[in-house]
Ligand binder design. Sequence first.
Ligand code: DQA
Length: 158
Amino acid sequence: MKIMVIQGPNLNMLGVREQSIYGPMKLENIHSEMKKQAEQHNIDIEFFQSNLEGELVDKIQECLGDADAIIINPAAYTHTSIAIRDAISAVGIPTIEVHISNIHRREEFRQKSMTASVCAGSVVGFGPFGYHMAMMAAIQIINEVKMIKEQQQKQQTI
Ligand code: DQA
């Protein structure tokens, strides 16, 4: 079982950029916490960050047949990218959207997410802890899907 974590533009600047909004934690620290959480559940995890929309689309497509869940913070592309939305929808892999800040309390242009409606759910506004919550959700979904598949296999052998 594998979770793919995809981080959009400027998230490589966490710890440096607008600390009053995003806090002091660096992306690598967020990822090392997520890795620990994945290990506790015997789940593989891979991390990818890009500032380029097309690379994010490519990565989502590569998840097909490789990842069982996606955790994505599309960052600024959340508000603009039909391409990322379509990629998430195309692969059909359970996807959880994360935002460190509460986008609903910020500028009007941040309040619309192009991607949220093709995701299983969203976690917004809880800082880096949101990634921990997204991991819990992803693990829960993976286990549910696994259970359903096992039940289907059992029924086929009856
Ligand atoms: C963000 C919110 C976006 O509006 C912004 O462009 C980001 C980060 C967040 O995690 O709060 O880069 O996705």
